[in-house]
Write a protein that binds this ligand. Structure first.
Ligand SMILES: Cc1cc2nc3c(=O)[nH]c(=O)nc-3n(C[C@H](O)[C@H](O)[C@H](O)COP(=O)(O)O)c2cc1C
Length: 167
C-alpha cells in the first residue's frame, strides 16, 4: 500500500500525531510530508491520503491565524498550511480514499474542526472519505499532546488503513 500523510504544525504537536498515524498505517511505502514542501500532485498509485492540521479559529489555519501564532511566540511559521496545499492540489484521476485529522485544545473545548473543513474541500476535489474526520487533543496552544492521544492516533491510523478495500 502507498499512503501519504500530509501535515501542518506550528508547535510540533500535529507533526508528532501525524508520525503516529503513519506508524499505525504501517507498510513500506507510507510517507509523511510537511504541507509546506509537499508536491501539489499525488503519484497515481497512492492508495490513501491522510491530511492533518491544527484547528485555528474553528477551521484550518490561514496566513492571518498563523501570524497570530507568531505573536504568541511561535518560532516556526509555515508559509503554507494544509488549506493552501489542498487548494493547490490537483484533482485525482480516481476517487482516492482520504482521511483527515486535526488538533484542538482540550480545555476549553471549542466548536469547529480543521479536519471537517479539510474533508469537505478534499471531497470537492474528487477524493472519497475513508472515515470520519478525527480530532486529537492538545494542552493549550503550544501543547503537549494530551495523555493517550499519541496511542489513539496510532490506533486510528491502523483502523483507517483497515477500512480500505483490499487490492
Ligand atoms: C490563532 C490560533 C487560533 C486557534 N484557534 C483554535 C480553535 O478555534 N479551536 C481549538 O481547539 N484550538 C485552537 N487553537 C489551538 C491550536 O489548535 C493548537 O495551537 C494546535 O493544535 C497545536 O498544534 P501544532 O503544535 O501542531 O501547531 C488556536 C491556535 C492559534 C494559534
Amino acid at each position: 500500500m502507498h499512503a501519504v500523510v500530509i501535515f501542518e504544525s506550528i508547535w510540533g504537536n500535529t507533526e508528532q500525531l501525524a508520525r503516529e498515524v503513519a506508524a499505525g498505517i504501517g507498510g513500506e511505502r507510507t510517507e509523511v510530508l510537511d504541507a509546506e514542501s509537499a508536491p501539489a500532485a499525488l503519484d497515481e498509485d497512492v492508495d490513501l491520503l491522510v491530511v492533518g492540521g491544527p484547528t485555528h479559529a474553528f477551521s484550518m489555519s490561514t496566513a492571518s491565524t498563523r501570524e497570530s501564532a507568531r505573536q504568541q511566540g511561535a518560532v516556526h511559521i509555515p508559509a503554507w498550511g494544509i488549506r493552501e496545499w489542498i487548494e493547490a492540489l490537483a484533482s485525482p484521476a480516481r476517487a482516492v480514499p482520504v482521511a483527515t485529522f486535526d488538533t484542538r485544545v482540550v480545555t476549553p473545548r471549542l466548536p469547529g474542526s480543521a479536519a471537517k473543513k479539510a474533508m469537505k474541500r478534499l471531497v470537492g476535489k474528487g477524493f472519497r472519505p475513508a472515515s470520519k474526520p478525527e480530532s486529537f487533543g492538545v494542552h493549550g496552544y503550544t501543547g503537549p499532546v494530551a495523555d493517550g492521544e499519541l496511542e489513539r492516533a496510532r490506533q486510528w491510523g491502523t483502523e483507517v488503513a483497515g477500512l480500505l478495500p483490499l487490492s
